[in-house]
Design a protein around this ligand. Structure first.
Ligand SMILES: Nc1ncnc2c1ncn2[C@@H]1O[C@H](COP(=O)(O)OP(=O)(O)O)[C@@H](O)[C@H]1O
Ligand SMILES: O=P(O)(O)O[C@H]1O[C@H](CO)[C@@H](O[C@H]2O[C@H](CO)[C@@H](O)[C@H](O)[C@H]2O)[C@H](O)[C@H]1O
Length: 456
């Protein structure tokens, strides 16, 4: 299947899920196998990219093959190859509905195909035989929805070991937490050299139907506020504060159950010191990508320095790791938290580390800031709207924290140097993320860092 190699190395860097944007490639290697040999012909490829900066990433790419060009799949065309004397046309298999059926069939059959192992969770029905529709939108991975019943997430970046998304969903199901979508199964792929544990290739979970994601709801609320120049957030239709409060309570419930069924450990002085070091190191790296950070660096480092001096008892536990409004779904009855994978750019090992739950709280507070201010990108010089944005962010922040504290007995948002540092660290991460993926939004986290670093 190495005939696909040249096609994939051309195509891959332009995909939304490709995390190596902006990094120079040093070398690339590809290997593949057939998951299906009959129509649809479906091959699965691993493309390993070595970067000039010394890093390495392996991406997973399923390709469907047709013996003639297919008009309906034009948008998914990767390229043509000659294989065993035949002209074959390769398509992004996640956008080729026929090629999406085998994933569930193999899960139901608990198959092993070449290096790939399919593990049904054995707890609920898997809707075998249905085709899957790709989830559109900005994603680090690629998901398929099967008939509003199940959703399969293909992990694009492979790393040895069980993905935290599978691990945590499984643990929270055992804890019977009601704020998650139950795990239905997962897929692993063996290490090519057999030296390291298999990587998680995909996860199937129950699809939460008739739900809206938090980003959509929150930004609708912000639009309502902007439309009413003279009214305050609590006087305008679409106020989001009650939902923010419920979201705080849902976050607290998930944290509580994670602490109950997964490991915990008290944080010692050394941990706080290392945390401050890690945050400084992340800032150093971010400055290389986003030089505008330099002017805020001293203020940000002062925020981190306060962490090294923390002496209060804090329990470290597993956390979500990348909690934001796009990762939560509002159903008729409450909030569901999704995607326990952590930040896509971090190593799997670091995403499994025990951490403070305040990291998640900070992630959500950053998201309120994004929701409030993203519309200012188009109108940066509108002081009235900037004021309203601040008001919206503060109102929802307070509501979220009071929901969290009512459910857990712990106020996450009192005057906390740790929370402030997590917010700064997240905004630094976001600067790199935006510079690489949505440069026109870079000003959102940069402006936040200007406020955080000046003590506002
Ligand atoms: N169980 C689910 N039910 C309904 N929608 C889901 C479910 N899981 C994910 N989604 C939708 O798919 C989107 C992407 O899923 P997510 O797990 O966040 O992927 P990624 O790791 O690529 O960001 C979410 O924003 C959500 O809208
Ligand atoms: O959902 P992913 O795991 O792919 O997370 C990545 O992409 C997110 C954007 O889709 C990014 O989130 C940032 O933008 C959001 C608005 O689009 C905002 O609500 C978040 O607060 C902000 O961090 C996330 O950081 C990145 O890891």
């Amino acid at each position: 299947m190495t005939v696909a190699s040249d096609l994939l190395r051309e195509w891959m860097p332009h995909q939304r899920w490709f995390g190596g944007k902006g990094r120079e490639w040093a070398d690339v290697a590809e290997s593949g196998f057939f998951l299906e040999r009959e129509s649809p012909v479906l091959s699965v490829h691993r493309v390993q990219v070595g970067y000039v900066d010394g890093g390495q990433e392996t991406y997973l790419i399923p390709v469907s093959w047709h013996d003639h060009p297919t008009d309906e799949l034009q948008h998914a065309f990767i390229g043509a190859v000659t294989f065993e004397g035949r002209e074959l046309y390769g398509y992004d298999a996640m956008r080729d509905r026929d090629a999406t059926v085998p994933w569930l069939q193999h899960l139901v059959a608990a198959s092993t195909v070449g290096p790939m192992h399919f593990h049904p969770a054995g707890v609920a029905y898997i809707p075998e035989g249905l085709p899957g529709d790709i989830v559109s939108g900005e994603q680090s991975n690629t998901s398929l929805i099967y008939g509003d019943q199940a959703i399969l997430k293909l992990f694009r970046r492979l790393e040895p070991g069980l993905n935290p998304d599978v691990e945590v969903h499984d643990a929270l199901r055992r804890a019977e937490n009601e704020h998650i979508a139950p795990l239905l199964g997962y897929v692993e792929i063996d290490d090519p050299d057999g030296e390291r544990p298999p990587a998680t290739a995909a996860m199937l979970q129950r699809f939460v139907a008739n739900a809206s994601d938090g980003w959509r709801l929150a930004t609708a609320s912000v639009r309502d506020l902007y439309a009413e120049g003279d009214l305050h957030a609590d006087e305008v239709g679409g106020d989001f504060a009650a939902d923010s409060e419920r979201l705080g309570a849902a976050t607290a419930s998930v944290h509580k159950d994670m602490a109950a069924v997964l490991p915990t450990e008290p944080a010692d002085e050394g941990w706080f010191r290392r945390l401050a070091e890690q945050m400084n190191a992340r800032l150093d790296e971010a400055i290389q990508v986003v030089p505008q950070l330099t002017e805020h660096a001293d203020g940000i480092r002062a925020v981190y320095a306060a962490v090294a001096g923390i002496r209060e008892p804090v329990v470290r536990q597993r956390v979500h790791g990348d909690l934001h409004l796009g990762q939560v779904l509002r159903t008729a009855t409450g909030w569901i938290l999704l995607d326990f994978e952590g930040e896509p750019a971090r190593s799997l090992e670091s995403r499994r580390e025990l951490d403070s739950p305040l990291r998640d709280v900070a992630g959500m507070l950053r998201s309120f800031d994004y929701a409030a201010r993203h519309m200012l990108v188009e109108q940066p010089d509108d002081p009235q709207r900037a004021y309203r944005a601040q008001e919206w962010a503060e109102r929802n922040r307070t509501a979220y924290c009071s929901g969290y504290s009512a459910a857990s007995g712990l106020d996450p948002c009192g005057d906390s140097p740790l929370l402030r540092a997590f917010e700064a660290d997240k905004a630094v991460y976001e600067c790199v993320y935006e510079a690489r993926n949505r440069p026109h939004w870079l000003m959102i986290p940069l402006n936040s860092l200007s406020r955080i670093s000046s003590g506002d």
